[in-house]
Design a protein around this ligand. Structure first.
Ligand code: DC
Length: 220
C-alpha cells in the first residue's frame, strides 16, 4: 500500500511550498493537483471556450490530454504532449481554473489521474478535495489555511519575484472571489475533511508548518 498525505486549503495558504518540502524530506512524490486544473484551464483558454458555457467546457475538456511526468524530482504537466508547466501560474489561468474546476466532467477526468498516481507511489498531494474526495483514506490529512490578507501578500510577492506587475488589492479581491467559488461550488467544494488536522500558517514559518506535519507522519 502506498502512503498518502493529503493537504487541502485555499489559494496562497502555502500548500505547494509545504507539500514539496515534506515530499523531499520523506522521499515521496509531490502531486500538485491545482497544476492539473490549471493545465485544463490553459487548454480551454487556448480553444477560446467561454467561461459561462458548461456544456462547451465539458465537451472540450474530454479532448484534452493531460499527463504528469517528473524531472529532477519536480512535477511537470504535459498538455497534448507539450510541457506547459511554465505557463500555469498566471492569474488568467488561475481564474479560468477556478471556473472550469467546478465542472463535474473536468473533475472526474483529473481525479482518476490523481487516484491512479497515488495508488502506485507514496505521495504528498495538495488541492481542494484531496482529503474529502480524491484520497478519503489518506494516512494523514491536513487542512492548511491563512488569513486572506496574508495569502494575498504571499501571492503578490511570488508574482513580483517573477517580474510580473500586479496590484495587491486586485490579488486580494481575486483570492476572495476564488475562495468563494471553490467553497460554494456544487461538486467537491473546498472544505475541511472531518478527520483532517487544521493548521493556520498566518503566523508560522514554513519550517514550523513542515515540522508539525512531519510529527503526524508515522511510517512503518
Ligand atoms: O491551487 P491552485 O491555485 O493552483 O488551483 C487552481 C484552481 O483549481 C483553484 O481555483 C481550485 C481548483 N482546484 C480544485 O478544484 N481541486 C483541486 N484538487 C485543486 C485545484
Amino acid at each position: 500500500m502506498s502512503y498518502q498525505i493529503a493537504i487541502d486549503g485555499p489559494a496562497g495558504a502555502g500548500k505547494s511550498t509545504i507539500a514539496k518540502e515534506i515530499a523531499r524530506r520523506l522521499g515521496f512524490i509531490y502531486v500538485d493537483t491545482g497544476a492539473m486544473y490549471r493545465a485544463m484551464a490553459l487548454y480551454l483558454l487556448k480553444k477560446e471556450i467561454p467561461t459561462d458555457d458548461p456544456e462547451k467546457i465539458r465537451a472540450a475538456s474530454q479532448k484534452a490530454d493531460i499527463t504528469i511526468a517528473y524531472k529532477d524530482g519536480l512535477q511537470q504537466v504535459l498538455l497534448d504532449g507539450e510541457n506547459v508547466t511554465a505557463f500555469l501560474r498566471t492569474e488568467e489561468v488561475g481564474n479560468m481554473a477556478s471556473v472550469s474546476s467546478a465542472n463535474p466532467d473536468v473533475r472526474k477526468k483529473l481525479v482518476e489521474l490523481q487516484q491512479e498516481l497515488a495508488s502506485r507511489e507514496n505521495v504528498v498531494m495538495d488541492g481542494r478535495d484531496i482529503g474529502t474526495c480524491v484520497l478519503p483514506n489518506a494516512n494523514v490529512k491536513i487542512y492548511l489555511t491563512a488569513t486572506t490578507a496574508c495569502r494575498a501578500k504571499r501571492r503578490y510577492d511570488e508574482l513580483t519575484a517573477k517580474g510580473e506587475t500586479c496590484d495587491l488589492a486586485v490579488i486580494e479581491a481575486d483570492i476572495a472571489k476564488r475562495d468563494h467559488q471553490d467553497m460554494t461550488r456544487e461538486h467537491s467544494p473546498l472544505r475541511q475533511a472531518e478527520d483532517a488536522v487544521l493548521l493556520d500558517s498566518s503566523d508560522l514559518t514554513i519550517s514550523e508548518v513542515v515540522e508539525r506535519i512531519l510529527e503526524l507522519v508515522k511510517i512503518g
